[in-house]
Design a protein around this ligand. Structure first.
Ligand SMILES: Cc1ncc(COP(=O)(O)O)c(C=O)c1O
Length: 375
């Protein structure tokens, strides 16, 4: 049994009450689209000041819905970082799209907005802005490019719930935003996600896509006599049990935020004090952004130092991990994209993510890091 696991979702007492409520209602109420589903959608719409939020089974599902919404067709090029999770690309490749990878910034590991324009061709359909570690991308520039070339802007805000760019929440800046409530995320329903629709023109189509290609939502609201097959779609709406867990988390979002912030700052100050040349410990955000304390990562001097630190930590049961095999270096990604991406390749060899969860024994991690870095 590890001494400090990498992640451990925290659940609040009211989660049991919510689940009980679902189980005690008539069985038909346990399918998605009912009480806790609606409450969660409304909560997020209000809190994020979003036009419309649809809760989905995952962020992967939300990205797939986004690809259907913007009508990705065979050969369409989708610009995105290679330094991201598989789903960012897979959702668009499923519809015949081709990922075009752009290198990341050295400071925050987000897509380098200054390199996007030279990757645009006649086939480009969308830009995906992934807010890595909950740190917002440079959205002003990205949105400006989107307008200039008439491209959709989709935010993969899987890690960025409640982070802000210039006082607007991540996920509400582009045309569409996608959130994750996976067990590793700040707000979790074990598996779960949401799609944020920032343009009215997407509302009806999104409902059909998420409800298995039917107008069932309109039928449920008594706006149709029956429902039928109306377009492409799949089963993207989660069960009420999932939404019951999600709603409990949403009601406690401030506590989650404050606890994570404390842990994040404790790492930051401890590592600043250690002041080792073996790692970089920098604050990764500018005055324009506020972050959600999703992740604490350090950048090691080189791959050898990274391997050594990871080995020592993991051997004594402090589970720390690196992040992404860049997509363009993966088996499937390399079939689509052949160029080198220097910053992505270098940083993916040097990053370590430290455990960050409510109730963790952080002193143990810090003491061990001190020992490793001072020797
Ligand atoms: C950037 C990014 N996009 C998409 C996903 C997929 O999210 P989910 O597990 O909710 O499908 C993740 C998950 O970690 C992610 O980090």
């Amino acid at each position: 049994m590890p001494k400090v696991v990498f992640n451990n979702p925290f659940f609040f007492n009211n989660v049991r009450k919510n689940i009980d409520k679902v189980l005690k209602t008539k069985i038909k109420e346990t399918t998605g689209g009912k009480v806790f589903y609606k409450k969660s959608c409304t909560f997020l719409e209000k809190k994020l000041k979003a036009k419309k939020v649809v809760i989905t089974n995952s962020c992967t599902a939300a990205l797939e819905v986004a690809a259907l919404l913007i009508n990705v067709k065979s050969g369409d090029e989708i610009i995105m970082p290679s330094y991201t999770f598989v789903s960012t690309a897979n959702a668009f490749v499923l519809r015949g799209g081709k990922p075009v990878f752009v290198d990341i910034r050295n400071d925050n590991l987000n897509i380098n907005e200054n390199l996007i324009e030279k990757s645009i061709t006649k086939k480009t359909k969308a830009i995906i802005a992934v807010h890595y570690a909950g740190v917002p991308c440079e959205m002003d520039k990205i949105i400006k490019i989107g307008k200039k070339y008439n491209l959709f802007i989709i935010e993969d805000a899987a890690q960025a719930i409640f982070s802000k760019y210039k006082d607007k929440f991540c996920g509400t800046l582009g045309d569409i935003g996608c959130l994750s409530f996976h067990e590793t995320k700040n707000i979790t329903s074990c598996e779960g996600g949401a799609i944020i629709l920032n343009k009215k023109k997407f509302f009806k189509k999104a409902s059909i896509i998420c409800n298995k290609g039917t107008d069932r939502e309109y039928f449920n609201k008594s706006l149709r006599k029956y429902y039928s097959w109306r377009g492409l779609g799949s089963s993207y709406i989660p069960s009420e049990i999932t939404c019951a867990i999600l709603y409990s988390q949403l009601l406690n979002y401030k506590k989650i935020f404050n606890e994570r912030k404390k842990i994040w700052y404790k790492y930051y100050l401890a590592l600043k004090k250690i002041n080792s040349k073996l790692i970089e410990n920098k604050k990764l955000y500018s005055k324009d952004v506020s972050i959600n304390y999703h992740m604490y990562f350090i950048i090691c001097k080189d791959f050898r130092v990274r391997t050594k630190i990871l080995n020592v930590l993991n051997k004594i049961g402090i589970i720390s991990t690196f992040h992404y095999i860049p997509l363009h270096m993966s088996k499937i990604g390399s079939m689509y994209f052949k160029k080198k991406l220097n910053v992505t390749e270098e940083l993916s060899k040097k990053i370590i993510r430290l455990p960050l969860w409510i109730g963790m024994n952080q002193n143990k991690v810090i003491e061990k890091l001190k020992k490793i870095l001072n020797n």
